[in-house]
Design a binder for this molecule. Structure first.
Ligand code: SAM
Length: 441
C-alpha cells in the first residue's frame, strides 16, 4: 500500500486525532501529537477528509511526554497522556472557542473570556471509576474498554492494574475483588465494580453491581476480603425489574455514605448520588460562579439540573433563596439531606424533569443556572427556559458542541458577557465551560 509523510500541525477534539494535510486534503491520524512527523497509510476517505494510520514515526514532537500510565496505549480512557499538560490546555481552549464560533456563530473576539483554568491535580483527580467484569473461558477479568480506532471494529475489555487518574489505592482493590469474582466464575454474578473516592477526606465507597445476591457462605468470604481494604462503605446494587433503569441498593459494610468536605461544608455521597468527577477543579468553577453572582447581586436563583446540590449549598450563604431542580430522586433526597446538615434552609430542592417544572412563581427569579448532561438541553427544556425570560443565565457545560448548539438559540434573546473554561478532565479530550448571559433589553 502507498505511504505518505505527514507533518501533524493540530489535534482535533473530541476524537484526539492528530491533523495533517495531504494534497490539500485534511488527514486525521490517531496516535500522533502536535508537531510529530509520521509516515502513514490512508485507511479511509469520507467527504474529502482522509483517515490514516501511522506506520512509522519519523520525528517525534518536542511536546511529547512519556505517558505515566502503563495502560495508556491500550486503554480507551485517556487519549492525551503523551502530550505535555500545557499543550493539552491550549488545544482544549482552542476547541471550545472554535466550536462556539462555528456552531453558535458567537463573535468570540468581542466577549470577555478568561484563560482555561488548569486542574489542581493532574493525576489521581477523579473521584469515581466504573470497571467491567468480563467472563472469559478460564477466568473473570475486571477492566476497562480498549481504545478503538476507525480501522478496527472491536469492543473489548482489557484487565487493568492501575488507573493513574483515579486513585492510588485501586490496585489492591482490583486484585482482591478479581480473586473473589474468580471463585464464583461459574455463576457470572457481577457486572460492574464502581469505586467512589473523596479527595478532601480520603474516604472510599465500593459498589458491586450484581445480577443476583450471594449465598451466605460467599457473603461471609466477601466480607473477609473487603475488611482488608480499608473501605468506608460497601454496597451491592441490583438492576430493578422495572424498565426505568433504577437500582435496588443493599448496604453491606461500613457507613451508609461517604463524606466530602468543601471549605466548611460537609456533603454526603450515596451510591447513586451525582458528583462532578474532579472535585478540586469543580471547586474552582463554583468559586468563579459565586464571585460572578455576588458581583451582579443575584438574590433569587433557580438552578436547573442541580444534582445533589453541592453548588447550591456552597453559594446559599450569599443569596436570599436558591431553588434546585433535578429529575433524580436519589440526587434530590441527598441534596435535601446535605442542605439540612449544613443548616442551609434557603436551599429548596424539587424532584422534577426540567421540561415539566411548574412548581414556582418564575417572575421572582433573577438568575438561572443551567448544568445539563453532555447531551445539552432538550428542545422542550430550551423552549420553556426561553419563555421564562429570566434576566441572567449561567450555562455550565461539559460538551462544547451541545453548548454551542443551545447558545445559538439563546443568542436571539440573550447576549453572552463572559466565557470561562476549566480542565476537569486532564489527559482526556473533555473540558468544562461556564457561560454568562444577560437578556437583551
Ligand atoms: C451534569 S449533571 C449536573 C449536576 C450538578 N449541577 C453538579 O454540579 O453536581 C446533570 C444533572 O442533570 C440531571 N438531569 C438530566 N436530565 C434531566 C432533566 N431532563 N430534568 C432534570 N434533571 C435532569 C441529572 O440527574 C444530573 O444530576
Amino acid at each position: 500500500m502507498e505511504s505518505h509523510i505527514i507533518q501533524i500541525y493540530d489535534i482535533a477534539l473530541p476524537a484526539c486525532f492528530g491533523v495533517g494535510k495531504l494534497e490539500g486534503k485534511t488527514v486525521f491520524v490517531p496516535e500522533t501529537v502536535l508537531l510529530d512527523k509520521v509516515r502513514v497509510e490512508i485507511v479511509s476517505e469520507k467527504k474529502n477528509l482522509l483517515f490514516a494510520k501511522v506506520i512509522d514515526y519519523i520525528e517525534l514532537s518536542k511536546f511529547r511526554q512519556q505517558p505515566a500510565c502503563q495502560h495508556f496505549y491500550i486503554c480507551g480512557g485517556c487519549c492525551l497522556q503523551d502530550l505535555i499538560y500545557l499543550k493539552q490546555l491550549e488545544i482544549k481552549e482552542k476547541y471550545l472557542f472554535e466550536t462556539l464560533k462555528r456552531i453558535a456563530k458567537l463573535d468570540i473576539n468581542n466577549i470577555e473570556k478568561s484563560k482555561i483554568v488548569a486542574s489542581p491535580d493532574i493525576y489521581f483527580y477523579r473521584n469515581k471509576i466504573k470497571l467491567f467484569f468480563l467472563k472469559q473461558t478460564d477466568r473473570v477479568i475486571l477492566g476497562l474498554n480498549k481504545k478503538e480506532y476507525f480501522w478496527q471494529n472491536i469492543k473489548e475489555i482489557f484487565p487493568i492494574k492501575e488507573c493513574i487518574i483515579f486513585c492510588s489505592r485501586l490496585s489492591p482493590i482490583i486484585s482482591e475483588i478479581s480473586e473473589f469474582a474468580n471463585l464464583l466464575s461459574k455463576n457470572n454474578l457481577f457486572e460492574n465494580l464502581i469505586l467512589r473516592d473523596t479527595k478532601f477526606t480520603g474516604q472510599t465507597m465500593l459498589i458491586l453491581v450484581a445480577r443476583s445476591f450471594l449465598q451466605e457462605k460467599y457473603l461471609t468470604l466477601f466480607k473477609e476480603k473487603i475488611a482488608k481494604l480499608n473501605l468506608t462503605s460497601v454496597y451491592f446494587l441490583f438492576k430493578s425489574a422495572k424498565k426505568d433503569n433504577s437500582y435496588k441498593q443493599l448496604h453491606i459494610f461500613g457507613q451508609e455514605f461517604i463524606q466530602e468536605k468543601i471549605l466548611d461544608r460537609i456533603f454526603r455521597i450515596y451510591p447513586l448520588t451525582f458528583l462532578q468527577s474532579n472535585i478540586k477543579a469543580t471547586k474552582l468553577l463554583y468559586d468563579k460562579l459565586k464571585e460572578l453572582l455576588i458581583s451582579i447581586r443575584s438574590k433569587r436563583i433557580l438552578s436547573f439540573y442541580c444534582g445533589a446540590g453541592f453548588l447550591e449549598i456552597l453559594i446559599a450563604q450569599n443569596v436570599e433563596k436558591i431553588i434546585g431542580v433535578d429529575m433524580s430522586k436519589d440526587n434530590i433526597l441527598c441534596a435535601r439531606e446535605n442542605a439540612l446538615i449544613n443548616k442551609q434552609d434557603n436551599c429548596i430542592f424539587f424532584e422534577s424533569k426540567v421540561e415539566n417544572f411548574t412548581n414556582i412563581e418564575f417572575k421572582n427569579i433573577d438568575t438561572l443556572i443551567l448544568d445539563p448532561p453532555r447531551s445539552g438541553l432538550s428542545k422542550a427544556a430550551l423552549d420553556l427556559i426561553l419563555k421564562l425570560k429570566i434576566p441572567r443565565v449561567f450555562y455550565i457545560s461539559c460538551n462544547p458542541a451541545t453548548l454551542a448548539r443551545d447558545l445559538l438559540r439563546f443568542l436571539r434573546f440573550y447576549k453572552v458577557n463572559y466565557v470561562a473554561s476549566f480542565d476537569f478532565f486532564p489527559h482526556t479530550c473533555h473540558l468544562e465551560s461556564l457561560v454568562f448571559m444577560e437578556i437583551l433589553k
